[in-house]
Design a protein around this ligand. Structure first.
Ligand code: ADP
Length: 435
């Protein structure tokens, strides 16, 4: 029965009851005392009706306040309709609450059963509001710790910094577990309301071990290849091409390939060293001498095929590993020369950036890079055209090395490019890297 029908029926019922009552009482009044009797009977009935309405209202309010409202209406007519509607609304609310409680219980059970650790953290106070079993074990939270802050669990200062930055795309990787020795954790952040964030903890120990095995393997193979390659390279240099003119092209090709392999092995060893997590030296690197060296290298590689300009607007010093910063910048310069056709121009520059740091950039008018390749360029051996890269003496590791070096200097690589027009590679260093 709909609400409108229920109230309409109740009004009908009440009107009929009242009409019959008034008719009977007024008739008695008329028969007894004439028209004056009618007036008295009406006044009496109206007063009684008002008193009855107030007493019912008082009872209803009392029942509502003391939560003792019966499950069935105790009155008739409109009062019954009012009670029925209140009872019905109460029942609906109870059902909704029980559904919500069940859902909440389900979510809690699901979050509790997650193989990853989960923490709900208040974003303002940094207090851990809730944690699942796995998180408790990973972080050593005991049931007595009912008010513990995130940064009290992790001793590493970068955890607080990372949490406050609220950067969803940047998980915090490889953090030592405060409770389990030799266990590494990856932390992921999910701010789900303005007040609370979910922190997911993933045990990455196995993954890191596998990565270490892979990296050690590559480093060992590269190291083992170094000696035989040096020997082959040396003997090839000794073979005089004039003595064997018929073998000239073969010897030249062998020299070119052995040179390429040497380059590849050196790049692989370099990459392994950067990945090993060893601290790099912190020295002052003067922009003027660095740019001079890079210009000379670019001119030597270009052989006057390009117009090369160097701008040193920064004219100061960076703090970092001179060898690695040079190798990262040199990779970008050599790419610009190699991927820019003859007649093109290249601008190498160091400028102050808006954040108080320094931008080193290499701009060319070369082949450019289609936008769908840009995000993958820093992967190892990722090349847009493998044959062109090989032909131009590339190993496919240059940008990967560059990105690693920049990461270790808290800098970022920004790539802008338009196919057919050219590219700009920018290394953005933060303020703390300016000497
Ligand atoms: P490679 O040794 O092949 O040059 P890199 O890691 O240095 O390896 O570069 C990866 C790929 O990115 C290159 O193969 C090339 O396709 C592309 N690339 C890099 N720099 C440029 C540039 N300045 N212009 C156009 N393409 C570029």
């Amino acid at each position: 029965m709909g609400k409108a029908t229920l109230t309409a029926l109740a009004w009908h019922q009440s009107w009929i009851l009242w009409s019959l009552l008034y008719l009977a009482v007024l008739s008695v009044g008329y028969l007894q005392f004439g028209w004056l009797g009618v007036l008295w009977a009406w006044a009496l009935l109206a007063t009684l009706q008002i008193l009855r309405a107030y007493s019912k209202l008082a009872r209803l309010l009392n029942d509502l306040e003391s939560r003792t409202l019966k499950h069935e209406p105790s009155a008739q007519g409109v009062w019954a309709a009012l009670e029925t509607l209140i009872i019905r609304r109460n029942r609906e609310n109870r059902q909704r609450i029980s559904r919500l409680v069940q859902m909440l219980r389900g979510y809690r059970l699901a979050a509790g059963a997650m193989p990853e650790g989960a923490l709900v953290v208040n974003r303002r106070t940094l207090f851990v509001i809730w944690s699942n079993k796995v998180a408790k074990k990973m972080l050593g939270i005991s049931p007595a710790d009912d008010a513990v802050r995130l940064f009290e669990l992790f001793r590493q200062p970068q955890v607080k910094e990372w949490f406050s930055a609220s950067n969803l795309d940047q998980p915090l990787l490889n953090i030592e577990s405060p409770n389990e020795a030799a266990t590494n954790l990856d932390l992921y952040l999910l701010p789900y309301t303005a007040e609370f964030s979910l922190v997911v903890l993933r045990d990455s120990t196995k993954m890191r071990k596998l990565e270490q095995v892979r990296s050690d393997f590559v480093a060992n193979v590269s190291h083992e290849l170094r000696t035989p390659l040096t020997v082959i390279h040396g003997y090839l240099e000794l073979i005089e091409q004039q003595d064997n003119p018929e073998l000239q092209t073969i010897i030249m090709e062998m020299q070119k390939q052995s040179h390429r392999m040497n380059h590849l092995v050196e790049d692989l060893l370099n990459l392994s060293r950067l990945e090993s997590g060893k601290e790099l030296p912190e020295e002052t690197i003067q922009s003027s001498s660095l740019l001079n060296t890079l210009e000379q290298e670019a001119q030597a590689l270009s052989q006057n095929r390009h117009h090369i300009t160097v701008i040193n607007e920064f004219n100061g010093a960076l703090v970092g590993s001179p060898k690695d910063v040079h190798s990262a910048f040199s990779n970008l310069v050599s790419n610009a020369v190699r991927y820019t056709p003859t007649g093109g121009s290249i601008i190498i520059g160091m400028l102050h950036n808006d954040a108080g740091g320094v931008d080193f950039s290499v701009k060319d008018t070369g082949f450019g890079i289609p936008s769908d390749h840009i995000s993958r360029l820093t992967e190892r051996f990722y090349r847009i055209s493998t044959s062109r890269s090989r032909e131009l003496g590339g190993t496919g590791l240059g940008l990967s090395i560059c990105k690693h070096v920049l990461n270790l200097h808290q800098a970022e690589l920004i790539i802008q490019s338009e196919p057919g027009k050219g590219s700009t590679f920018t290394c953005r260093f933060p303020k703390k890297r300016v000497a």
